[in-house]
Design a protein around this ligand. Structure first.
Ligand SMILES: *[C@@H]1O[C@H](CO)[C@@H](O)[C@H](O)[C@H]1NC(C)=O
Ligand SMILES: *[C@@H]1O[C@H](CO)[C@@H](O)[C@H](O)[C@H]1NC(C)=O
Ligand SMILES: *[C@@H]1O[C@H](CO)[C@@H](O)[C@H](O)[C@H]1NC(C)=O
Ligand SMILES: *[C@@H]1O[C@H](CO)[C@@H](O)[C@H](O)[C@H]1NC(C)=O
Ligand SMILES: *[C@@H]1O[C@H](CO)[C@@H](O)[C@H](O)[C@H]1NC(C)=O
Ligand SMILES: *[C@@H]1O[C@H](CO)[C@@H](O)[C@H](O)[C@H]1NC(C)=O
Ligand SMILES: *[C@@H]1O[C@H](CO)[C@@H](O)[C@H](O)[C@H]1NC(C)=O
Length: 782
């Protein structure tokens, strides 16, 4: 039993009393400062003066605080400052896929008992639809503001998780948008834009946070755990794998916060790394916001990692590195002494509190009653609004990936089927669909319930636990059901007992006896079998891929509150599947031979190390990144793309006279060097559907460059036989540059092969004195 269900049992008896109370006690109030209505004196305080800039207001506030008071504002649970009319504030709220009550800042109550629970990011990401990412962020910030207005939520949300999934065994796969740096960057920046709704004056609806910075994706693998893990990362992998999405989140998403992770990178805890924090996030990327630690990670680097000799040094090294807020109380305990002993200057504390206060000011926290402000009309009626719940179901539909569909078994026509056997440990799950960092969903629709809306079903669990130990197998009932029904739908996979925070996998096979269940049921079934995999990470399901009885395979991630309805929408064809895998599905040999702690992305043939993710992996995947079928067919044609790109070099540049294989990509000749790749996509089938068009390029073979890199994607909708053009703007230095061994961006000379679907087209990059990009009108396809 979870803590929450225990609590709800205890409180059940009191709920009537709460209900009666709530009929005459008006809604609860939000926390905010500068309440001019009830305290005229605050109106004269500079930090409450909305005609001043945020920086001026923050400076005024900081000036009024004692050192001790400042220190209480660099931890996440800040106490009130009654003499200035400032209430206490909890910085920690979460909205990974819906407003969540994980963290101290947000609570459900009789006033707002539930919130919309969207699919986990790994499934939403599979939609490859940036406007969907943004819409979800927007819906969620509406619910968050609505809850804030009645005192039930904070304004600072530590979401999204957007670490690159380097290894599919990572327990937190469900929280991530996948394995491609470009795609994750788009996911994060779109999601953040939706959440924050930043206006021209820098004001925020809620503040988002991109986490966990950086090179973090080991939780607990064969005894290696995240609190002590030292990730050894090359400069090259750092530059082209781990950093790009964080950069997009800050520079394109304008995120108001970045969270540093628990692990060390090359011997330094990320929260104590001045180059990574002040150097990169603050100075290079120009973060407009605060840097926060993962919860207790300052304590962790002292207590678990023994990185410093004293706790004061731990406080000092992180504050001096650029950390502004400690999730925990370590700073409250040790910062004062660190200042007294000269390890930190008070100016650094001023810097940190200023960053924190400015974010709260941008959120309107210091503008008086929020009910009188821009989002003031939002309230409980806006939480679980029908449009939000429909968006949650739509997101699941858009993400679901069709992996196999022999003989076009799917979509099923409900009319021509008498009965469907629905089975498997995940066939009728509720909470499993909303994964972790969850809230309390508005309601659930399980797969069984979704399917039962369309046809008569016979239900059998087949295995009464997702781990499916031999004693959990219930083969007889399952086989009997399969032998009776026209169609068998088997819903298997994982839940948080298999993959979650602090729980990495050690195998890529389905848990326990699940594959036995599948094979036996398939053998016994009267009709064809549809296999549905609920999971974040992929599985080695080669046995099912090659089993003729299993006609169709669907992957549904963790699909959120109404995931079962979305699955039925796909199975019965009211939605034509359009999701694409956001990660590589590897064979089991990957987990047998590769240590999860080996951070290297690039293959090493001398040791049979195959490399990681579609960008480097040299083995044969079970299903590749970007894979996903539709009920219709699409045909691509290249309408326009250049044949060669000339890099205009100035007199005296070495590469003009001698043979160069690559040239630094940061110089002035990069500016404004871009071209279009235009593609015509036609729906050649009889069903309408959406298609995510993915543009990859393969650079010339130099600097151990990726085999392939995604540089653009766009999702379009096409009626039968309809065609549309998709134009990708390619920024030569940004999109085509590669990281060299030192982590410096280079442009390689030579053939760059573009790939869209099964089309290939190459463009030659060469040095020249010309300034123009030459474009051919009649394309040549290769
Ligand atoms: C707010 O600041 C402006 C600009 O400095 C000033 O003119 C105004 O008097 C201030 N308002 C209050 C209430 O102090
Ligand atoms: C902070 O101080 C309190 C009170 O002395 C103590 O209970 C707590 O363990 C300390 N926590 C940390 C992280 O230092
Ligand atoms: C399926 O799950 C729902 C929700 O928990 C439950 O109400 C229903 O009884 C279950 N159905 C079966 C056949 O077990
Ligand atoms: C996973 O599912 C099993 C039943 O299959 C359930 O007992 C368990 O509580 C679930 N795990 C989590 C963490 O939700
Ligand atoms: C399939 O079922 C038949 C009986 O219906 C049995 O003889 C055979 O061994 C089964 N095959 C497998 C692979 O289980
Ligand atoms: C790039 O183009 C913009 C707008 O066309 C122009 O303002 C800018 O000066 C150009 N930069 C360079 C380095 O050519
Ligand atoms: C992308 O998502 C948005 C928001 O849900 C939706 O309106 C749009 O139709 C989707 N695009 C495609 C091509 O499916």
């Amino acid at each position: 039993m979870t803590a929450r269900s225990l609590l709800s049992l205890i409180f059940f008896n009191f709920s009537l009393i709460f209900f009666l109370r709530s009929t005459y006690v008006s809604a609860q109030n939000p926390v905010f400062a500068c309440d001019v209505d009830s305290n005229k004196a605050v109106a004269t305080l500079g930090f409450c003066n909305t005609t001043l800039s945020f920086a001026e207001r923050a400076a005024d506030l900081v000036k009024r605080l004692t050192l001790q008071e400042k220190i209480t504002h660099i931890i996440d649970q800040t106490p009130a400052l009654p003499r200035l009319g400032i209430p206490s504030y909890n910085w920690w709220s979460e909205a990974l896929h819906g407003v969540s009550d994980v963290g101290h800042g947000t609570r459900f109550s009789s006033l707002v008992p539930t919130a919309t629970s969207f699919p986990l990011p790994i499934l939403t990401a599979a939609s490859f639809n940036t406007s969907l990412f943004e819409s979800i962020g927007q819906a969620m910030s509406t619910e968050a503001r609505a809850m804030y207005n009645v005192g039930k939520a904070g304004l600072t949300f530590w979401s999204p998780t957007m670490n690159l999934l380097r290894d599919p065994r990572w327990g937190r796969t469900l929280e991530t948008p996948g394995e491609d740096p470009y795609h994750i960057g788009k996911y994060a920046s779109s999601y953040v834009s939706g959440l924050q709704q930043q206006d021209d004056e820098d004001r925020l609806k809620v503040a988002a946070c991109c986490k966990h910075y950086t090179a973090y994706d080991v939780d607990n693998w064969k005894g290696v755990e995240r609190l002590k893990f030292n990730a050894i990362v090359t400069k090259q992998d750092m530059e082209d794998t781990f950093q790009p999405a964080f950069k997009s989140c800050v520079t394109e998403g304008n995120v108001a916060s970045v969270m540093c992770s628990y692990n060390q990178v090359n011997g330094t805890p990320t929260c104590a790394d001045k180059d990574l924090l002040s150097g990169v996030i603050r100075d290079q990327w120009k973060l407009n916001g605060y840097i926060v630690s993962d919860c207790d990670s300052v304590d962790v680097l002292f207590t678990d990692q023994h990185y410093t000799k004293s706790p004061e040094e731990a406080a000092a090294v992180t504050i001096n590195a650029g950390l502004d807020l400690d999730c925990g109380i370590f700073f409250a305990n040790h910062t004062f002494n660190a200042i007294q002993t000269g390890l930190v200057k008070e100016a650094e504390i001023d810097r940190a509190v200023t960053q924190n206060f400015i974010v709260l000011m941008r959120l309107g926290f210091f503008d008086g009653n929020p009910r009188k402000q821009k989002y003031g009309s939002l309230g409980p009626k806006d939480v679980c609004a029908p449009a939000h719940q429909e968006l949650a179901r739509e997101a699941a539909r858009q993400g679901i990936v069709l992996l196999k569909n022999d003989e076009k078994l799917l979509p099923l026509s409900a009319k021509s089927i008498k009965s469907v056997a629905v089975m498997g440990p995940q066939a009728n799950v509720t909470h499993d669909m909303i994964g972790n960092y969850e809230g309390i969903p508005c309601s659930y629709i399980t797969p069984l319930q979704g399917i039962s809306e369309h046809v008569d079903t016979i239900y059998a669990k087949g295995c009464n636990h997702v781990l499916c130990a031999p004693e959990n197998l219930q083969l007889d009932d399952a086989k009997k059901a399969a032998a009776q029904a026209d169609i068998t739908i088997l819903i298997v996979g994982a839940n948080r007992s298999v993959e979650e925070e602090s729980r990495d996998r050690v195998s890529l096979l389905l848990p326990g006896q699940q594959s036995t269940l599948i094979s036996e049921v398939a053998n016994a079934s009267k009709g064809p079998v549809i296999l549905v995999i609920m999971s974040a990470g992929g599985f080695d399901i080669s046995f099912a891929k090659s089993n003729d009885k299993i006609s169709s395979i669907l992957w549904i991630g963790y699909p959120g509150q109404h995931g079962g309805a979305a699955l039925a929408d796909v199975i019965f064809g009211s939605y034509n599947p359009s999701g694409r895998l956001p990660i590589t599905w590897y064979p089991e040999s990957f987990s047998e031979h590769i240590s999860m702690t080996d951070m290297r992305m690039r293959p090493d043939p001398s040791t049979n190390y195959p490399g990681r993710t579609y960008r480097f992996y040299t083995g044969t995947p079970i299903y590749p990144f970007g894979y996903g079928l539709s009920y219709t067919t699409f045909k691509y044609r290249i309408v326009k793309s250049p044949r060669r790109i000339s890099i205009p070099l100035k007199d005296g540049n070495q590469c003009r006279s001698k043979h160069c294989r690559s040239i630094g990509a940061a110089a002035s000749y990069c500016n404004n060097l871009s071209f279009d790749v235009q593609i015509r996509v036609k729906n050649t089938g009889t069903r309408s559907g959406a298609e995510s068009v993915l543009l990859y390029f393969t650079p010339p073979h130099v600097h151990n460059a990726p085999r392939k890199q995604l540089i653009g994607f766009e999702k379009i909708y096409l009626e039968p036989y309809e065609a549309k053009n998709v134009v990708f703007k390619v920024d030569v230095c940004k999109d085509l540059s590669i990281a060299d061994e030192e982590g410096d961006r280079k442009l390689a000379f030579g053939k760059h092969v573009f790939q869209i679907g099964n089309l290939r087209k190459y463009v030659v990059l060469r040095p020249s004195i010309e300034r123009k990009v030459s474009t051919d009108r009649k394309p040549v396809n290769y």
